[in-house]
Design a protein around this ligand. Structure first.
Ligand code: BGC
Length: 375
């Protein structure tokens, strides 16, 4: 099984080199009916971080639907954001003879040992959304372009504040994601590469002083486990300590919606009001509560990653693996996990604002009007 996977990987890599990107062509030599037959109904283990953040519930449910429609059996587990629990859930999937593991890691550095067991059992591993680091035993990575998520947030701030035209100074409070999440550093770097020059020029000022000197220092402003409550108290502390003299926050770089929610609650508690002194706030994921807040003027944008397309892509990859076809990848250089470049499939994130909720989120069926409480 492992050999077959490696063969498919080699064919996939050759196709990518030869055809430049995104091949969905099946292998010309390796596709054989027996693989399909022997893997029909195979168990796919899906390991997700937590049910407490909305997106992972959508991701898990959609993956189960797609994989079951392809005839596979699924075991979907959520690990309550605890790495030990994630490791033991993966171990159970291995014991149950899973053929492919789809894993959204809580901490991408903690899975080396259990993935060695998976490799020894001939199981193929797809890192889902978050890269798994420090092990050769991750075969593929499927995600949205994480650096681009941050770039879109940074550019949105740049445009809305007319920074290119020299406007400012504006008071900025930046936040970053969970220090143990490999994606968080990409989100921060993408945004900071746009915004840092404006800090250097004095157009953006950070009254709290929580402005990392470089992309590499992002963990100093990271919010553990992406927790809404922690973001809220961090924002309250900054407001109490650095804005008591009447200064106002103009803009908040929030890497995702769970943090944005806490930041918005802190601002509300401190008396900021929409339409007068409410700052510009970024986000990511298009979580329901945040989309409602966008419609209410409390959040300026979210970077939407249609989790359905990621689930569709990963289900296709699982099926390609188990039927002996070449596996789709479109990037073999961007994501090195410390041991190797992991062949990746990157999808494009997109900006959604209050003005595009209808066209992007409702017309596409991601939400109904009833979900959003509008008619
Ligand atoms: C995901 C984001 C999500 C965050 C918190 C990241 O790894 O890419 O979409 O907002 O985790 O769950």
């Amino acid at each position: 099984m492992k050999l077959k996977t490696m063969a498919a990987l080699a064919v996939g890599a050759a196709l990518v080199v030869g055809m430049s990107a995104c091949s969905s062509s099946p292998s010309t030599s390796g596709t054989t009916a027996p693989a399909a037959t022997s893997n029909a109904g195979a168990l796919i283990g899906i390991s997700m971080p937590t049910t407490t953040l909305e997106r992972w519930n959508n991701d898990g449910a959609h993956l189960v639907d797609k994989l079951q429609a392809l005839g596979y059996t699924t075991d979907l587990e959520y690990a309550d954001n605890k790495t030990d629990e994630q490791i033991s859930q993966i171990q159970n999937m291995i014991n149950d003879n899973a053929k492919v593991l789809v894993i959204a890691a809580i901490d991408g550095t903690t899975l080396g040992q259990v993935l060695q067991t998976a490799a020894d059992a001939g199981i193929t591993v797809i890192a889902y959304d978050r890269l798994i680091n420090g092990t050769p035993n991750v075969d593929y990575y499927a995600t949205f372009d994480n650096y681009k998520v941050g770039t879109l947030q940074g550019q949105f701030i740049e445009t809305q504040l007319d920074l290119k035209d020299g406007k400012g100074p504006f008071n900025l409070e930046p936040f970053a994601g969970s220090p143990d999440d490999n994606n968080a550093k990409f989100f921060f770097a993408g945004a900071w590469d746009v915004l840092k020059p404006y800090i250097d020029s004095g157009q953006l000022v950070v009254p709290s002083g929580k402005a990392p000197a470089s992309d590499d220092d992002w963990q100093s402003i990271g919010i553990q486990a992406w927790a809404t409550a922690t973001a809220q108290s961090e924002m309250q502390n900054r407001l109490n300590s650095y804005y008591s003299g009447g200064a106002k926050v103009d803009v908040v770089l929030s890497p995702n919606d769970s943090l944005a929610l806490g930041i918005e609650q802190a601002l509300q508690g401190a008396g900021y009001t929409v339409g007068s002194d409410w700052p510009l706030i970024t986000g990511q994921d298009g979580d329901l509560a945040n989309v409602k807040n966008m419609l209410a003027g409390m959040q300026a944008m979210t970077v939407w990653k249609d989790t359905r397309t990621l689930g569709d892509q990963v289900s296709t990859m699982v099926d390609q693996i188990l039927t002996g076809q070449a596996v789709d990848t479109n990037d073999t250089t961007s994501y090195n996990n410390g041991v190797k470049n992991v062949p990746s499939y990157l999808l494009s994130p997109q900006v959604v604002t209050a003005d595009t909720v209808q066209t992007d989120l409702i017309d596409s069926g991601f939400y109904t009007k009833a979900d959003l409480g509008i008619s």
